[in-house]
Design a protein around this ligand. Structure first.
Ligand SMILES: Cc1cc2nc3c(=O)[nH]c(=O)nc-3n(C[C@H](O)[C@H](O)[C@H](O)COP(=O)(O)O)c2cc1C
Length: 353
């Protein structure tokens, strides 16, 4: 066997550290007797309203695959990925490993692997500093798939139209019962260190706002607060203020959006995020505009129309050959935010009969 148990554990540990929407970790793994590794969607954690087309799960699994690929390379192994290797839509990838020939080692990818444990989401603000040309170039160069492109905006005028689209999409998450339910299900109000989901500390909710956030937990209360404009106030607090108080807004776009393309885009997202971490930048993702317009959740016609407006707004900002996928607020911030935790690797192991 090429990989011994210790190496396999180090590879899975890196995979576990990959980001996922709402820290849902919607994947499972199986080591086969041949030494290959399968990555699956967790059927209990994928396919919900915002994930109707598996876009969030596929992005998270893409990040898992890139973590595996980079960590394996760092340990001296080359990987070959076969996407959707059989008709099972939950079987996202089969990975095979081979020895890396010394003269072909990609040192910059090995370096990226070393930042896997440090990468994290930072929802604090303000972010300080200015992104110079060389930093922007380095971020762009971290992507290695022609289907994806990175845009970095530092000019307030260029950022403004995106703020209003991100705000509109974020507000929809608090206006639709299914999306509200999905979001609050992942917030843990009791356990300060949950192995899945997030706490108010991790979400960066200020102590004074916490009673409101707890109150919003039920749909009945959310509806009451929406009558006095709560969803729009939340969007201002979570989108407009933080983005205006950050030196740059990045956007990863995709030309094609098949499931395989989205998984690969997840790989690119991780590469960008690790490069940003290497450069000392804090990163706060905003997935709602791109992901909701791709997932097309079943909503009240008025809310579907609002998402349509977001979709057409994004299209008019972009060239027709590329589609906005995910935004990231970036900048410099001292110290560390409260970090999220992970499930045990044993609980992610898929029993295959
Ligand atoms: C596909 C995807 C979408 C995400 N969307 C958002 C988002 O819209 N807003 C946000 O604050 N964080 C978002 N996140 C960040 C996750 O909540 C975060 O990765 C997860 O809680 C684990 O925390 P970590 O990144 O610090 O390891 C997203 C992450 C992924 C991979």
């Amino acid at each position: 066997m090429l990989l011994d148990d210790k190496i396999k554990d180090i590879i899975i540990e890196a995979a576990l550290l990959a980001p996922s929407a709402d820290n849902s970790q919607p994947w499972q793994f199986t080591w086969h007797t041949t030494g290959t590794l399968s990555i699956w969607c967790d059927p209990l954690l994928s396919g919900e309203a915002t994930d109707k087309t598996y876009v969030l799960t596929d992005l998270a699994i893409g990040a898992v695959l890139e973590s595996i690929k980079l960590q394996a390379l760092n340990l001296g192994f080359k990987t070959e990925l076969s996407y959707f290797p059989d008709p099972d839509p939950l079987h996202v990838a089969l990975i095979s490993f081979s020895n890396q020939t010394n003269n072909k080692t990609n040192s910059s990818d090995c370096e990226l692997a070393r930042f896997i444990p440090d990468r994290h989401t930072d929802r604090r603000f303000p972010f300080k500093g200015k992104l110079d040309e060389s930093t922007i170039n380095q971020l762009s160069k971290s992507l290695n798939d022609d289907n994806c492109e990175l845009f970095t905006f530092t000019d307030n005028k260029a950022i403004a139209p995106y703020i209003s689209l991100i705000k509109k999409a974020e507000a929809v998450r608090f206006k639709a019962e299914t999306l509200h339910h999905e979001l609050f299900k992942t917030v843990n109000f009791q356990d300060p260190t949950p192995s899945q989901g997030m706490t108010l500390d991790m979400l960066g909710i200020e102590p004074f706002a916490r009673p409101f956030f707890r109150y919003m937990n039920t749909w009945k209360n959310m509806q009451k607060l929406n009558k006095i404009g709560a969803c729009n106030m939340i969007a201002i607090r979570s989108v407009s203020l933080p983005i205006k108080m950050s030196p740059a807004l990045c956007l990863i776009s995709v030309a094609n959006t098949s499931r395989q393309d989205i998984v690969k885009a997840g790989q690119q997202i991780l590469r960008f995020w690790l490069e940003a971490t290497k450069l000392g930048l804090s990163v706060h993702p905003y997935a709602a505009p791109g992901v909701l317009t791709l997932a097309k959740p079943t909503l009240d016609p008025k809310l579907s129309a609002e998402l349509e407006e977001v979709a057409s707004g994004l299209t008019s900002q972009m060239s027709h050959s590329t589609k906005a996928l995910m935004f990231f607020r970036v900048g410099y911030k001292k110290g560390l935010p409260v970090r999220s935790h992970r499930k045990s690797s044993e609980s992610m192991r898929k029993k295959v009969s």
